[in-house]
Design a protein around this ligand. Structure first.
Ligand SMILES: C[S@@+](CC[C@H](N)C(=O)[O-])C[C@H]1O[C@@H](n2cnc3c(N)ncnc32)[C@H](O)[C@@H]1O
Length: 544
């Protein structure tokens, strides 16, 4: 569902409202500074206003809401709850913020809210221009992959006075999503202390995203000590009964690497972070790009045409051009792709043949020509990837590597020894071994340390599946003990028959044991991997 016209009105304006108790908790946290002025950049029907009236001493409240009906509900609600110094505007917050940022005298004691979740491409053009301008004005790197909530938080935080507090419900992906990198860096550089309250369960039903609470206190200036970021995991809603200040000071905050890059590291216990840093310095633990090179798989531009079952090959007489190919995890359930696996896939009727027309001589063959014409009838030659090459049916960059890796995994990523020298689609990567043997690399890759570093480096979307892009794979930590026998056959069997938890534990004993890591630390890595994997699995909903 990527088409704007198919999105509901509620989704297009990001109209999911904050539950009362969460709003109350956030308001009580900002109350500590007795704010005189409060900003709510996207106030919806005014949920936060009730809570402001109950917990603060009638501050001056500025609110924005793009939807006229909701803005008027919010205004009435605020009035009815007793707030007297109100400025609720039925307008775009980003447009207003651009001017407000220039007026250095206009700064707020606190910002509250739950900014809209709207992909950049769905924003009206004028809002797109304004979003980009906010990044530029704050010297933050802009990307079109951004989402409305990012410039909303950037502008809101920038509009705080030094020492002011921002308390918001934000998408859980703030912790790791690549497009929010400049937001994380900006918050990291300008906060005295930042805390993310990370729930074990979903707070909103039917929304696009898992949500977390972001509590950020602005630094007074470069000399003000910055504590960095802490993540506070919570289960249930009990935590809201505690003093919000206790929650804010609960997690040990970390600075440095964490605040600059993904915040995922802050989900780990401090001891585990130290353990990981230490392992990163070990000689026997390598970065993936020291030992191998990653490249994307083959981009056909029309997989249904170029990747077909045996039946199609026979029907069109394409034997001459058919080559083995794989790319889906169910086609390689273990760590070895060989003739037997290939035949098993073909017997199930899976598309296992890559139809590769290397040169135009195919047009002299009646069978090849007929197949190409069928593709043209289906207008495949007009598709972007096909029409930019000549002839459209000649797929470029066709080569196979000894090792492959699927882009996505449910539990932990694994490498696949490509004994058949099969080709791989763009759902897989091609891996060239630079050091050691392919067997060693595939075997050593399956262990708790590498699985944990994949959770820290990778990304996941609504469905909870882990995805790694080449630059993230290059940073993975992989233990490479020299004195072990890489029994790939038994690993392959284990992966096919046991749970990933059991396989990782078994492999960790062998591989991490061989580099001298005590069992207690192997278990620590294992438990941290499970924690992050489970968290990824639960941040899933009926996301678009
Ligand atoms: C996630 S809802 C949150 C509403 C309210 N803050 C709450 O927490 O219950 C986001 C709100 O932002 C509003 N919105 C979307 N784009 C906006 C814009 N450019 N300026 C101001 N409000 C906007 C939506 O209409 C929606 O009511």
């Amino acid at each position: 569902m990527n088409f704007k016209e198919l999105q509901t009105e509620q989704k297009l304006r990001g109209g999911y409202y904050t539950p009362d108790d969460l709003a109350g908790f956030l308001v009580r946290w900002i109350a500590r500074n007795n704010p005189e002025s409060v900003l709510e950049p996207s106030c919806g029907d005014g949920m936060f206003f009730d809570q402001i009236a109950s917990n603060l001493a009638d501050p001056a409240v500025t609110g924005f809401e793009i939807d006229g009906k909701e803005a008027s509900k919010a205004f009435k609600r605020a009035k009815a709850s007793g707030l007297t110094r109100l400025n609720v505007q039925n307008d775009d917050f980003l447009g207003w913020a651009i001017d407000a940022l220039e007026d250095k005298k206009l700064r707020f004691d606190a910002v509250l809210g739950n900014p809209p979740f709207i992909r950049y491409q769905y924003l009206p053009p004028i809002f797109q221009v304004r979003a980009e301008r906010i990044f530029k004005d704050l010297d933050c790197k802009f990307t079109k992959h951004t989402n409305a909530w990012v410039p909303f938080i950037l502008a809101s935080f920038a509009l705080l006075r030094p020492g002011g507090r921002l308390a918001m419900v934000v998408p859980a992906e703030i912790i790791h999503i690549t497009h929010a990198r400049s937001l994380r860096a900006y918050l990291g550089a300008n906060s005295r202390r930042l805390v993310v309250v990370d729930p074990e369960e979903l707070w909103f039903s039917g929304t696009l995203q898992g949500a977390v609470l972001l509590l950020a206190e602005k630094r007074h200036g470069p000399r003000d000590r910055a504590e960095g970021l802490g993540i506070h995991p919570v289960r249930g809603r009990e935590f809201m009964k505690a003093d919000p200040e206790t929650v804010f000071s609960a997690p040990q905050a970390i600075n440095g690497k964490t605040v600059q890059g993904k915040w995922t590291r802050a989900l780990l216990e401090p001891h585990t972070r130290t353990l990981l840093d230490g392992l990163g310095e070990e000689k026997s633990v390598r970065r993936f790009d020291d030992v191998a090179e990653v490249d994307v798989g083959i981009v056909t531009g029309a997989n249904k045409f170029f990747l077909v079952e045996d039946d199609t090959v026979q029907r069109f007489g394409l034997e001459k051009w058919a080559h083995p190919m794989f790319g889906r995890s169910e086609h390689c359930p273990g760590v070895i792709y060989d003739e037997a696996q290939h035949r098993a896939n073909a017997a199930k009727g899976n598309p296992t043949n890559f139809v590769w027309f290397q040169h135009t001589s195919v047009e002299e063959s009646p069978t090849g020509k007929a197949y190409i014409q069928q593709g043209e009838q289906e207008q495949l030659h007009t598709r972007y990837k096909c029409r930019i090459r000549k002839p459209w049916y000649a797929v470029p960059s066709v080569y196979a590597t000894e090792v492959g890796m699927l882009k996505r995994s449910h539990n932990a990523p694994r490498l696949i020894l490509n004994r058949l020298h099969a080709y791989t689609t763009d759902t897989a990567y091609r891996v060239r071994v630079k050091e050691g043997t392919a067997n060693q690399l595939v075997f050593s890759f399956v262990n708790a340390l590498t699985a944990l570093s994949a959770e820290l480096e990778g990304r996941h979307y609504g469905c909870g599946v882990l995805e790694l892009v080449p630059s993230e794979i290059e940073r993975l930590l992989i233990p490479m003990p020299t004195k072990i026998k890489a029994s790939l056959g038994s690993l392959d069997k284990a992966i096919r028959s046991l749970s990933m938890d059991m396989v990782l534990e078994r492999q960790s004993r062998i591989i991490l044991g061989a580099i001298g890591l005590p069992v207690s630390e192997q278990d620590e890595l294992m438990n941290s991997w499970k924690k992050l994997r489970d968290r990824r699995h639960r941040v899933s909903s009926g996301a678009a």
